[in-house]
Design a protein around this ligand. Structure first.
Ligand SMILES: Nc1ncnc2c1ncn2[C@@H]1O[C@H](COP(=O)(O)OP(=O)(O)OP(=O)(O)O)[C@@H](O)[C@H]1O
Ligand SMILES: [Mg+2]
Length: 266
């Protein structure tokens, strides 16, 4: 049966989209049929995977699905990567759709879940790239997901906001998605400095106290990781043997996420 994974953290610029793209790439390389859903009006995931669909004004997109009840299958486009389909965000139209959801009442948190159910049979894995906010888009994503991956950057403020994210998870579990599993956190953007090591230690002790797994090893901050993302190129395609090693790390992280859900549902 297919699985849905949300990648979230309301903190901006921590590497959610980069992580989503690399987990998607890892899954496709393992032969899974993948649907990547861009739930952020910035449309960065769309820019990576289906750049011609990154703007606003699309006839079909996640914005039209959530905003006006369009069918999800109409919004699915093929990506540049074999085995990977994309639901483009719709750019600023998605921000408008988010606003529309806010003023709606019954069922607004479950729009995405319902839409995904209509295409579930076609995919082994759905990955949802969330915006840097705990808005209705993130709540829709958490309500639709089997598992959540939290991306954290080791910095001074890494743990700020974690309480609010956990509160949101509790609310989602209570009202819309009791089975939501926190698969763990991926530390992204690590560099060898004493300060970074201290921040990583802080993240590890906070995660341990909360019973959240750290999906080791941390992902280093390296220019070519961002370059590959910008070029829409998988790390396994990047002309540097170190990139292939990193691709395998994402395969391992994907397996850990899938296993976390397997344990919960066994
Ligand atoms: N490990 C890394 N090494 C180098 N650059 C990175 C790394 N992780 C992320 N970046 C770069 O940092 C920027 C922010 O990353 P990304 O867009 O994935 O973050 P985000 O959490 O999705 O941001 P937002 O909250 O705006 O959606 C991007 O330009 C990305 O390419
Ligand atoms: Mg992003």
């Amino acid at each position: 049966m297919g699985m849905t994974v949300a990648v979230a953290n309301q903190k901006g610029g921590v590497g959610k989209t980069l992580t989503t793209a690399n987990l998607v790439r890892a899954a496709a390389g393992e032969g899974l049929r993948v649907l990547a859903v861009d739930a952020d009006a910035q449309a960065n995931l769309t820019a990576t995977l289906a750049p011609e669909y990154q703007g606003a004004g699309l006839e079909h997109s996640l914005a039209t699905v959530l905003g006006s009840g369009d069918r999800l299958d109409a919004a699915i486009v093929a990506s540049e990567w074999e085995g990977v389909d994309v639901v483009p965000a719709g750019g600023e139209d998605l921000a408008d759709a988010q606003q529309t959801l806010v003023i709606q009442k019954a069922g607004r948190e479950l729009r995405l879940r319902r839409a995904l159910a209509s295409v579930a049979a076609r995919y082994d894995l759905v990955v949802l790239d969330c915006p840097p906010s705990l808005d209705q888009l993130t709540i829709n994503a958490l309500s639709a997901a089997d598992a959540l991956v939290i991306v954290t950057d080791p910095g001074q403020y890494a743990l700020n906001g974690l309480d609010r994210l956990l509160d949101t998870i509790d609310i989602v579990r209570e009202y819309t998605n009791p089975a939501l599993v926190v698969a763990g956190t991926i530390i992204n953007g690590y560099t060898y400095t004493r300060r970074m090591d201290r921040w990583c230690a802080d993240i590890r002790s906070a995660a341990s106290a909360l019973g959240i797994a750290v999906l080791d090893p941390p992902i280093h901050r390296l220019t070519w990781i961002a370059e590959a993302q910008e070029a829409g190129v998988g790390l396994d395609q990047w002309p540097d043997p170190k990139a292939a090693v990193l691709h395998e790390m994402y395969v391992d992280k994907l397996r850990a996420v899938l296993a976390a859900v397997g344990e919960r549902t066994r």
